[in-house]
Design a protein around this ligand. Structure first.
Ligand SMILES: NC(=O)c1ccc[n+]([C@@H]2O[C@H](COP(=O)([O-])OP(=O)(O)OC[C@H]3O[C@@H](n4cnc5c(N)ncnc54)[C@H](O)[C@@H]3O)[C@@H](O)[C@H]2O)c1
Length: 339
């Protein structure tokens, strides 16, 4: 036992949840993890991440639960009595939200409603939750600033995440639930998601399958390395919300305990450069298929992280040259590749 805060993390078998909980367990926090372990991508990868967490230490409890099930969720809150909740569980991915909007509604909105209601009922110290750069949607002005208007989402995934932010605002105002929303920008790194570009490109190049570059390869992203994201979530978890009113530098309209941060690298990298770095690290050329822009896709993202730096002391440090190498080293180790 220790006198540190008790942390409940949802989406713990996911890419970001896994890395975040690994940090918490290494720092000796007591952590309760929740995940539905859905089959959106490899269940084996999710179970392997969980296995690693169980091997770390004994302060980790896990429940295979969908956050849209309020009854079971309440029992877990009641038994564990968390001080802080970090909600990372969601149906991620932009493209599937065009095909299966009902799933996004249930997991991302009903699920989050349950998290908010229980945060109120159990009087948490704080709720930190995942949002996304996708909320900036059709905005033209770059880099995206957290105080920019975000009224023009491109797809339903972004709508569900923006809805989460608005719900958090309302629960903060009505019930004083202390909420911090984090807008993540294209996260990459070891143990990453097979549905995202880096994993998919490396996998295809090694198997001599052409990689698809939409918008004829003219995309750019603020690629953010997983360790920087984990540090940003951790700093949010420690952030003293009382500072908000004194140190407000955004146009957050309320004086209630609600705020949002961009978690990006603040750097813009073209997809073409990203592919070149992958080729360099693999020592192999990609076969490239150039295709038009996909429905719902955003052409480019870059984060303005001034507020995050000033208020949280966030200082992302990993450049794509290092991060891509770390991913490829992990990929070869995980797939037991010997080259
Ligand atoms: N990875 C990124 O680049 C990125 C960018 C922006 C926002 N986000 C957000 O960050 C969070 C974590 O993303 P990730 O990349 O780790 O995704 P992920 O898919 O790897 O992890 C999400 C986990 O949540 C679980 N889950 C989904 N719906 C659930 C539900 N209703 N109840 C319980 N568990 C559920 C899934 O099984 C999965 O293991 C998500 O909310 C995502 O929308 C991620």
């Amino acid at each position: 036992m220790n006198n540190k805060k008790k942390i409940l993390v949802t989406g713990v078998a996911g890419f970001i949840g896994y890395h975040f909980v690994k940090k918490l367990l290494n720092l000796n926090y007591e952590v309760c993890g929740i995940d539905s372990i859905n089959n959106y991508y490899s269940v084996k990868l999710k179970k392997d991440r969980l296995k690693n967490l169980f091997n770390l230490n004994k302060n980790f409890y896990f429940y295979k639960v969908n956050i849209s099930n309020k009854k079971i969720l309440r029992k877990i809150f009641n038994d564990f009595r968390p001080d802080i909740v970090v909600n990372l569980a969601a149906q991620a991915g932009v493209r599937d939200s065009l095909k299966y909007p009902e799933k996004y509604l249930k997991f991302n909105i009903i699920g989050f409603l349950n998290i908010l209601e229980l945060s109120k009922e159990f009087e948490l110290d704080k709720l930190v939750y995942a949002s996304t750069s996708s909320v900036y949607g059709l905005n033209k002005k770059l880099p995206y600033k957290v105080s920019d208007p975000v009224d023009h989402p491109k797809q339903f995934y972004a709508v569900t995440k923006r809805t989460n932010e608005l719900m958090a605002h309302s629960w903060s105002n009505l019930y004083n639930v202390k909420t911090i929303g984090l807008r993540f920008f294209t996260v990459y790194g070891p143990w990453g998601r097979p549905d995202m570009a880096l994993y998919n490109f490396v996998d295809n190049i090694l198997r001599n399958i052409p990689i698809k570059l939409y918008n004829y390869g003219n995309h750019f992203r603020d690629f953010t390395y997983i360790d920087d994201i984990v540090e940003g979530i951790y700093l949010s978890m420690l952030y003293n919300m009382k500072k908000l009113n004194k140190n407000q530098i955004t146009t957050d309209v309320s004086s209630k305990p609600f705020t949002l941060f961009n978690l990006g690298s603040g750097r813009k990298t073209s997809l073409k450069k990203f592919v070149k770095l992958i080729e360099f690290n693999l020592g192999k050329k990609a076969q490239i298929e150039l295709l038009p822009l996909q429905l719902g896709d955003v052409v480019g993202t870059t984060a303005n992280i001034n507020k995050t730096k000033l208020e949280l002391g966030y200082n992302p440090s990993t450049i794509p040259e290092e991060g891509i190498k770390k991913f490829i080293d992990w990929y070869k180790f995980y797939k037991k590749l010997d080259y």
